[in-house]
Design a protein around this ligand. Structure first.
Ligand SMILES: Cc1cc2nc3c(=O)[nH]c(=O)nc-3n(C[C@H](O)[C@H](O)[C@H](O)COP(=O)(O)OP(=O)(O)OC[C@H]3O[C@@H](n4cnc5c(N)ncnc54)[C@H](O)[C@@H]3O)c2cc1C
Ligand code: SF4
Length: 490
């Protein structure tokens, strides 16, 4: 609205589609779920996102932020409906690949970004080889996100399905060690770098190298390799206030800790972790200690950590990012007994081997890439995902991989388009009375905190039917045009 007039036009995008970084046709797959065509819903999603299952479980669903249903009652539970589709679709075969182009592409890093680029490139008929330094593919979906949020068997099945297209995989091969960047450049027509953000950031306080001080990345990485740390009977202190801090807090509870305290320097409402993650951790017995900044780490016999000293804070004026700044309060520091301290204050990018090969870096250490994902100073090399943006989300890495695939294809002189032959019926919106949103239900806290099994329960059929009925099908009705929907004025 401007000057009391609506500026809406047919060019206005459908809000959920516009806010999905991968541009998934959300109203159409909701419509397919409504018709019980779950496998078709999965096929439609895969056209833009090869990880429907991963996103059904752990996507941070930016698509819901401006859902028009919010003007009536509340945003649609889009992720929940996607989960209903994938849970009921069964095994959905992948589409056929285009005829071979004879071109070879190497993808460095087997996370969601690298796998997405590989998926679309191989569908376009190119030969793709992934080089992954760890023993298994999946990136932070395996070596970060705990299995109680995304079950490993679901991740394995989704990766297997992607690889079934005929992608060559080299695991346990670190580019920069086992094979050089230059060697890959010489042997392939194009490279896609998608190495994520895997180094841990340090707090920078005395005693940080004591035994028993570990990083969140290190701990979750071990869990990803099925090496479960044993915290039985321990006092565990977590430093940080983001989603990663919540993941290690909740994992430490499941690994037997007697007490887990999450120390954060701002207020609880300023934590960047999703509110439901914080509430979930508290329900499982974690303590959140807001307005305390880590001061120093105390060590005892054998250089083993014995406590974290924390300085109480007072909340202050807003900083440049418009977040209230914590300032030192005129109160004595407090001692928090600790057998293990887990530092979860962010990750950096390990560009070893790439910088020496001439890849340009930003001041933050992230790679410099153009919006089309090509490196500005290097022919035939593209990059995307966390290693370019800094730590972000799975769907953003997928979107970068998809964009890279399209641009690599163009660079190699082709113009393949990924299509799907799923027909979507015209909508019938009959019941638009305000109605509550169906939120995901969870297993009881006392039960779930004892294992790494999935916390969230999927929707029941009754819930899914009610929730999909709330979609306003903005692709057909009201302003906004989209493929398959209304493309002309009345
Ligand atoms: C604890 C945790 C929880 C998270 N939870 C969520 C969530 O709930 N929802 C969400 O959307 N996002 C979440 N994220 C963020 C998300 O996982 C990442 O944004 C996403 O995985 C980035 O994808 P990527 O492909 O760019 O990088 P990554 O997933 O990091 O994959 C990069 C891959 O490259 C490999 N690699 C690195 N260097 C080399 C090399 N030199 N040679 C070969 N291989 C190499 C790595 O081993 C890794 O497998 C979470 C992250 C963490 C750490
Ligand atoms: S009502 Fe449906 S089509 Fe409209 S923004 Fe929400 S999910 Fe998308």
């Amino acid at each position: 609205m401007r000057n009391i007039s609506c500026l809406g036009s047919l060019e206005n995008p459908v809000p959920c589609v516009a806010l999905c970084p991968a541009g998934v046709d959300i109203p159409s797959y909701i419509s397919l779920v409504k018709e019980g065509r779950y496998a078709d819903a999965v096929r439609l999603i895969r056209k833009d996102n090869p990880f429907p299952t991963a996103c059904a479980y752990i996507c941070e669903h930016p698509c819901e932020a401006r859902c028009r249903r919010g003007m009536v009652d509340d945003a649609l539970n889009i992720r929940g409906l996607k989960r209903y589709a994938v849970d009921n679709a069964g095994d959905v075969p992948q589409p056929r690949c285009a005829p071979s182009t004879g071109k070879k592409i190497a993808v460095i890093g087997g996370g969601p970004g690298g796998l997405s680029a590989a998926y679309y490139l191989v569908l376009m008929g190119h030969h793709v080889a992934i080089y992954e330094k760890r023993q298994k593919l999946g990136g932070m979906m395996r070596y970060g996100i705990p299995s109680y949020r995304f079950p490993r068997e679901k991740l394995d099945a989704e990766i297997e399905s992607i690889l079934s297209l005929g992608i060559e995989v080299h695991t346990g091969v670190k580019v920069g060690n086992e094979i050089s960047f230059e060697e890959l450049k010489a042997n392939y027509d194009c490279l896609y770098i998608s190495i994520g953000a895997h180094t841990d950031k340090k707090v920078g306080i005395e005693g940080e190298d004591s035994i028993g001080v570990i990083s969140a990345v290190e701990m979750l990485g071990k869990i990803g390799d099925d090496e479960m740390p044993d915290f039985t009977g321990q006092n565990v202190v977590v430093v940080g206030g983001g989603n990663v801090a919540m993941d290690v807090t909740r994992s430490a509870i499941r690994l037997g800790a007697k007490k887990v305290t999450c120390v954060y320097r701002r207020r609880q409402e300023d934590m960047t972790a999703q509110a439901e993650e914080v509430e979930g951790a508290i329900a499982e017995g974690a303590e959140i200690l807001p307005l305390h900044a880590p001061l120093r780490i105390e060590e005892g016999a054998g250089h083993h950590v014995t406590a974290l000293w924390a300085q109480p804070q007072i909340i202050g004026e807003h900083d440049k990012a418009n977040r209230p700044r914590p300032n030192t309060a005129s109160v004595e520091p407090v001692r928090l007994p600790a057998d293990t301290i887990i530092v979860a204050i962010g990750q950096g990018i390990e560009s070893h081997g790439l910088e020496e090969a001439g890849v340009k870096l930003q001041r933050s250490g992230a790679l410099v890439a153009r919006p089309d994902t090509q490196l500005p100073n290097m022919e035939a090399v593209f990059a995307g995902g966390d290693c370019v943006t800094g730590p972000a989300t799975v769907i953003r890495a997928i979107a970068a991989g998809k964009a890279a695939a399209a641009n690599i294809d163009e660079y190699l002189g082709f113009h393949h388009e990924i299509t799907v032959d799923v027909k979507v019926s015209a909508p019938l919106c009959s019941d638009l009375r305000p109605r509550g949103r169906v939120n995901p239900s969870e297993r009881e806290a006392s039960e779930r905190k004892c294992d790494f099994n999935c916390i969230e329960c999927g929707m029941t059929h009754e819930e899914a039917v009610q929730e999909e009925g709330r979609c306003l099908r903005c692709d057909y009705f009201g302003y906004g045009s989209f493929k398959g929907g209304r493309v002309e004025k009345w």
